[in-house]
Design a binder for this molecule. Sequence first.
Ligand code: NAD
Length: 356
Amino acid sequence: MKKYKVALIKGDGIGPEIIDEAVKVLDAVSVKEGFEITYKEALLGGAAIDVTGDPIPQETIEIAKSCDAVLFGAIGGPKWDNLPRDKRPETGLLKLRKALEVFANLRPVQVYDELLNASTLKPEVLRGTDLMVVRELIGGIYFGQPRGYEGDKAYNTMVYTKDEVRRIAKVAFEIARKRNMKVTSVDKANVLEVSQLWRDTVEEVAKEYEDVSLEHMYIDNAAMQLIRDPRQFDVILTGNIFGDILSDEASMLSGSIGLLPSASIGEKYGLYEPIHGSAPDIAGQGIANPIATIASASMMLRYQFGEEHAADRIDQAIKQVLKEGYRTKDLSSFDAKEVVTTSEMGSLIAQYASQI
Ligand code: NAD
């Protein structure tokens, strides 16, 4: 029997509630698919500060590295907002990403037919949207040197090496092969040398993936096309700053922050988490939507463990509960037949995932 070890980082606010539901679903599908997952809990963020005074104790990094993947809830909250920047919960998460060297951030955006009205865009534009943003996460202008703020002048540097572009491009092409065989690489090659290198390198990598179609698009056009006709996209490949903006723009297509999962992967490690935060305003009330976290667990099965069938079970179960009209409170005004709690939603998805 295949065995996987998962580091569980529940974090703060709604983190523990939504992670518990993801574990419920993982346990249900692992029984059906004949593999075993064992969990090791670790502290991060406010929960870690309260116990150890440090937003990321060394033990957490060790546990994360000793496991096959990390499943993460969310961190932060007003209780820790007044601490100095390097002692705040968010610092813990940034340090964890760095320690795990996760260079590729994957954000799938799927628009569910039943929730077409939850978005601010017109249903006829959105129907059938299913895309993935692949963003380079640890290079580009956010990290380039030199950088500085000197008197009346401030500057940052956008740098990419061919190796950095090559490895993220390969991730995008591999993912396209598991999806609809199309990569749109987004850059600003008409103005920036760094984008020209990006484009040349993506072209080189594309030669190893002749079955996948490749197009290039300028960032300004891509931002517009994403709203005009999101269905034209399958995999969007882009650098750190452009990806930061495009992935937030893309997340609005689905209409609800409680639905969207993400994965950050590197050569060795993978970190799977919902895109939303710790929602302190609703913590402890049993009304958080666990779907983004459950979908993140599905990504972990698919991309980290290669358990495609188990991941399909979860994805189909999510579609099924939405189709049948079960909604957590955040989506209760969109064709709800029954409003359910966080835990009831997890149980329903676990039950459907076992039946498929
Ligand atoms: P947030 O994403 O936590 O919440 C924004 C709004 O969406 C809130 O009204 C919240 O109730 C709602 N919401 C979020 N997730 C939901 C879910 N699963 N179900 C139902 N409703 C949901 O963002 P925020 O309010 O700006 O930040 C709150 C805290 O989270 C802050 O401390 C912030 O620093 C932290 N944060 C953490 C992460 C992370 O852990 N990766 C990401 C973003 C923000």
